[in-house]
Design a protein around this ligand. Structure first.
Ligand SMILES: Cc1cc2nc3c(=O)[nH]c(=O)nc-3n(C[C@H](O)[C@H](O)[C@H](O)COP(=O)(O)OP(=O)(O)OC[C@H]3O[C@@H](n4cnc5c(N)ncnc54)[C@H](O)[C@@H]3O)c2cc1C
Length: 395
């Protein structure tokens, strides 16, 4: 779900602003992929609905009041629009009668799995290396498991919870020139004064995983035009319609890094809540359940860290899909700033990629588009985007 308005219940106004910007960027990304020959639906924007049963109206009103506490946003984001019974029935006839409802105009969804595949397949001049474990990322250097360090112009660390690596003994004293780190969501200022920073104190050391569980249902004949979210005193439950008569029901939020299968309690609560708003789901078939981790920092806000040769983005928590395009756009600006910082007085002595490095790590700009390679095509390259061990399939 791309829900910048509804997520104001869990996040600050800057997340909403970044998310709102990202909606337009996702639309552009989807249009560019379509123009490039990708026919799968990747992005849908029909608004979303917030729903509440009569008995939960008090809880729903508290959520709506929280959404209203960001008056400065009012000019930038549309407000939730209350719908009466007839308006709701006209928009979504399959929903249970008697629900209280609010339309969140402009909210959207991205088909996450298809979008990731399309981005991988249509990325020009990218040489993918699937299924390899990167043990350390430093300015201009990647350390891949079982191999020596390799130098690159820019190392980008987006490993989520996997970025929380154990510290090297000598790392505690290493310093880098003029890092640029800011709370990405602040959207402004945030550059630190020109002080060297201990790289080991980077905030990704405090990254934690927050477990989330989702259920995929197959329900031919059940129609829902847009994502719906049930406002409930105890759960946050949403149903997202997907192509092929699929519905994604999510998501739990558990302070745990347990990646084991979906628990009975989560499954029962999510599905019972979903069926209470969409009664026709009773005969749906459960086709898939999954649990994954949201990478979060102590304040649950995203961070972008940039210094010459290094970019880290982490802490996207509940909002990775919502924020990714705007965060990347901002990060590229930071990279530009950082690349103009004074040169490292102690340049890295390692060979650059392509000089003594395994050739498959080199960026082959002259080779033209490179598609994900099938499993086993060559040593060290395993799997497709869908097969990578921790690939997320968020709604
Ligand atoms: C159930 C659930 C539902 C969600 N729903 C939504 C939603 O509706 N909307 C939304 O905006 N967000 C949603 N999120 C949050 C979103 O999925 C995250 O914010 C997002 O995945 C974070 O992206 P990331 O790339 O920073 O980290 P991740 O998605 O965790 O990706 C990190 C990647 O790095 C790889 N990696 C890790 N360690 C290493 C290593 N050592 N070497 C090489 N690779 C490594 C992992 O395999 C993984 O592919 C949901 C999350 C969950 C769990």
């Amino acid at each position: 779900m791309l829900s910048p308005i509804a997520e104001l219940d869990n996040a600050g106004p800057e997340i909403a602003r970044l998310g709102w910007r990202s909606l337009a960027l996702w639309r552009e990304v989807a249009e560019a992929l379509r123009a490039d020959g990708c026919n799968a639906p990747l992005f849908e924007q029909h608004g979303s609905l917030m729903l509440a049963h009569g008995a939960d109206l008090g809880a729903a009103r508290r959520v709506l009041a929280r959404l209203d506490t960001a008056p400065t946003l009012a000019a930038e984001l549309p407000a939730p629009q209350p719908l009466d019974r007839a308006a709701l029935a006209a928009l979504e006839p399959a929903l249970a009668p008697g629900l209280h409802a609010w339309l969140l105009p402009g909210e959207a969804q991205v088909m996450s799995r298809d979008m990731l595949n399309a981005l991988a397949v249509h990325a020009p001049n990218v040489h993918w290396c699937w299924g390899e474990r990167v043990e350390r990322v430093e300015a201009g250097v990647l350390q891949v498991a079982g191999e020596g360090p390799v130098r690159f112009d820019l190392a980008i660390d987006v490993r989520g919870v996997g970025a929380r690596v154990s510290r090297e003994p000598n790392e505690a004293t290493s310093v880098r020139p003029e890092p640029v780190e800011r709370l990405s969501a602040s959207g402004a200022e945030g550059q630190r004064p020109a002080q060297p920073e201990r790289i080991s104190s980077h905030s990704t050391e405090k990254i934690r995983g927050v477990r989330g569980e989702v259920i995929w249902l197959h329900a031919p004949g059940v129609t829902l035009q847009r994502p719906v979210r049930l406002l409930h005193p105890r759960h946050r439950v949403y149903i997202v319609p997907r192509p092929g008569d699929l519905f994604v029901v999510g998501a739990s939020e558990v302070e745990s890094e347990d990646r084991s299968p979906v628990s009975l309690r989560s499954a029962v609560e999510l599905m019972a809540a979903a069926q209470s708003v969409l009664p026709e789901l009773a005969e749906a078939r459960i086709v898939h359940m999954e649990a994954n981790l949201r990478p979060a920092l102590p304040d649950n806000e995203p961070r972008t860290h940039s210094e010459p040769g290094l970019l880290r983005i982490n802490g996207l928590f509940r909002h990775g899909w919502l924020l990714a395009p705007a965060l990347v756009e901002d990060a590229l600006t930071q990279v530009d700033v950082a690349s103009r910082a004074p040169a490292d007085p102690h340049p890295n002595p390692l060979p650059p990629a392509g000089e003594g490095a395994p050739c498959h790590r080199t960026a082959h700009a002259a080779e033209g588009p490179s598609l994900p390679r099938p499993s086993g095509e060559r040593a060290g390259v395993r799997g497709t985007p869908e097969q990578t061990p921790e690939s997320h399939q968020n709604p």
